[in-house]
Design a protein around this ligand. Structure first.
Ligand code: ZN
Length: 269
């Protein structure tokens, strides 16, 4: 039996002898099946080739990604707080060095996911780090490819993870698309970890909101308006997206408001 990983999106599948017949995440209209067809990697074959890279982003926040990249090059963010550590989003592989380093830092209290494109190796990470709860929104349960009792679906629009750290379901990209509000981040001005729920674009003064990024399918104006209203009520001045370049160091709340206004104006003109 192997844990099979979708080469295109990095999702782990339930253990089986034979590789899966298809990938629900890639077949969804938000993603795509590669021209060359769906391909699979056996989990046990990865550790000899790939490793985790750490990138200190600001005090108590570290990016962790897999090199060479697997899937869409997902990056997880390790958030340290006086009340414990949280992993935001996930990657397709956890190496032993990273596991040991996280344990030395006090382990994890929870793994929190923004949306299914980052589910990747969440069950592997949780199991290796003592079976910590995996918090993902119940609206997206259909996209889980490797079920586990460690997954704790949450409901509603807000879930406190630890004091000063809260999940907010803003929706849009996926019904359960979420952000993580870290009130102590950016020297107390507040940080929002956004996944693709709010997407930092090439001109980093701006963000966007999409049903699908690779297939360029927009969201309705009412959805964008709702997301912007929800974001306006959160405490943040800085945004970290899913990749290194997706970063707004300051003024991020104004960027979200301004970007939503522009988006809605163009859709409705
Ligand atoms: Zn896939």
């Amino acid at each position: 039996m192997s844990i099979w990983i979708c080469k295109a999106c990095g999702a782990h599948f339930a253990p089986s002898d034979d590789y899966p017949s298809h990938c629900v995440i890639c077949e969804d209209e938000r993603q795509y099946v590669p021209e060359s067809g769906q391909q699979w990697l056996a989990r046990e074959a990865l550790t000899t080739i790939h490793l985790n890279e750490w990138d200190e982003l600001e005090p108590n926040l570290t990016g962790i990604s897999v090199a060479p990249a697997i899937g869409i090059g997902q990056r997880a963010l390790l958030l340290q707080s006086p009340h414990g550590n949280v992993l935001w989003d996930c990657t397709a592989m956890l190496d032993e060095k990273t596991r040991a380093r996280i344990q030395e830092l006090g382990g994890l209290k929870a793994i929190c996911l923004s949306h299914p494109h980052f589910y990747t190796g969440m069950v592997e990470w949780s199991e290796a780090l003592g079976g910590v709860p995996i918090l993902l929104h119940e609206a997206d349960l259909a996209y889980i490819q490797r079920p586990s009792p460690l997954i704790e679906p949450w409901q509603g629009d807000r879930r406190e993870v630890l004091p000063g750290i809260a999940l907010h379901r803003l929706g849009g990209h996926f019904d359960g698309s979420s952000v993580l509000e870290w009130r102590a981040g950016a020297d107390g001005r507040g940080v929002l970890l956004v996944g693709d729920t709010i997407h930092v674009v090439a001109d980093r003064r701006w963000v966007s909101f999409m049903h699908s990024f690779p297939n360029a399918i927009p969201l309705p104006a009412r959805e964008v308006s709702r997301i912007a209203d929800r974001a306006a009520a959160l405490r943040f001045d800085r945004i970290y997206g899913p990749w290194k370049e997706k970063f707004i160091p300051m003024g991020a709340k104004e960027s979200v408001a301004r970007s939503a206004e522009r988006y809605i104006r163009l859709l409705e003109s």
